[in-house]
Ligand binder design. Structure first.
Ligand code: SF4
Length: 324
């Protein structure tokens, strides 16, 4: 069994692959305080792949994509779940774990995709297209999920749309994920015009130039625009990118996604050199160690969803889990 000093030494060694020693030393007391608070509060911490290493490796019990975070929370015996991510992620955890206390340390952390569409807009689209199934990306509010037939993630979107077995679907809110699904499946996808403010900033000419000068393998998230995806060797979710890199270990890689993703994989795969024409998500960066400690200390930032709405929003998530 690992002793605490062993665990601390292993953590410091991991963090030292991506952070300077002074930053690790400065954060160490707060990391220790959060570990103690987790035990006191019977809490587990789940972090998205876009969280910085001090959060993901320092205090999280699990790091992954939004659905994997919710699935970990569901399987965890902890009564309190701290979500290091943005609001729709915390809502998804609460929908799947209604009896747990779910805390979002950065209560203002939104998402340009989730904020791009309202429940009323979904109702309006569906009235215009009766009988066409509606698929919502998990990057949506509980109120929007409650209006659709099934949810999807970037990891399972192709499987979900194929499993529906229909020629036409409504897919919201990300126009670029919808375009990717349409190209890959041949299904007629009617898209909403939302986009991720982070992935939409990449430029094809810039990626081409980096690639030509470095020979790096390029991996793009399907939230990137089509012309950016076209520059990539691989297009996939954050989980699929991580699996690709773990398996193939290219000497140089460039991830067209949020910056922290490369840091989190670099801790695990130090032999890969990452080029970083990446973009920061201001919403994800709202989570800090200080805020995680404060949420655990005061138990503030609890997610509440009206039970009737939650029941409706849970149904398309359950359908996704059945089909995926
Ligand atoms: S990276 Fe994009 S999709 Fe993810 S939380 Fe930030 S704005 Fe939303």
């Amino acid at each position: 069994m690992n002793t605490v000093p062993d665990r601390d030494a292993a953590l410091r060694a991991r963090l030292a692959r991506v952070l300077p020693p002074a930053e690790i030393a400065l954060a160490a007391p707060l990391i220790e305080r959060i570990q103690a608070l987790k035990a006191e509060r019977d809490a587990a911490v789940v972090a998205h792949n876009y969280q910085v290493p001090l959060v993901s490796a320092g205090v999280a019990d699990f790091t992954g994509d939004s659905l994997a975070m919710a699935e970990f929370a569901l399987a965890s015996p902890a009564r309190t779940i701290v979500v290091c991510g943005v609001r729709f992620m915390a809502e998804t955890v609460k929908l799947l774990c209604p009896d747990k206390c779910v805390l979002l340390p950065s209560s203002e952390a939104g998402c340009s995709l989730a904020d791009s569409i309202s429940a009323a807009s979904v109702r309006g689209i569906r009235e215009c297209l009766p009988g066409v199934p509606a698929v919502a990306y998990v990057n949506t509010s509980a109120a929007v999920k409650a209006e659709v037939d099934v949810c999807c993630t970037s990891a399972n979107a192709l499987r979900i749309v194929r499993a529906l077995g229909v020629p036409r679907v409504i897919m919201l809110p990300d126009q670029h994920l919808a375009g990717y699904v349409a190209r890959e499946t041949g299904v007629d996808v009617i898209a909403w015009g939302g986009q991720c403010e982070v992935h939409t900033r990449f430029r094809p000419a810039e990626i081409r130039s980096y690639r030509e000068s470095s020979g790096a393998t390029v991996l793009a998230h399907p939230e990137c625009p089509e012309e950016v995806q076209a520059e990539a060797d691989f297009v996939g979710s954050t989980g699929a990118m991580a699996a690709y890199l773990r398996e193939r270990r290219p000497p140089r890689a460039m991830l067209l996604t949020e910056c922290a993703m490369a840091d989190n994989i670099a801790m695990e795969c130090p032999q890969i050199t990452f080029l970083r024409p990446c973009n920061l998500c201001r919403h994800m960066k709202a989570t800090t160690l200080e805020r995680v400690a404060a949420a655990l200390q005061t138990l503030t930032g609890a997610i509440e969803i009206d039970p009737a709405l939650a029941e409706r929003a849970r149904a398309p998530l359950a359908r996704m889990l059945e089909l995926a």
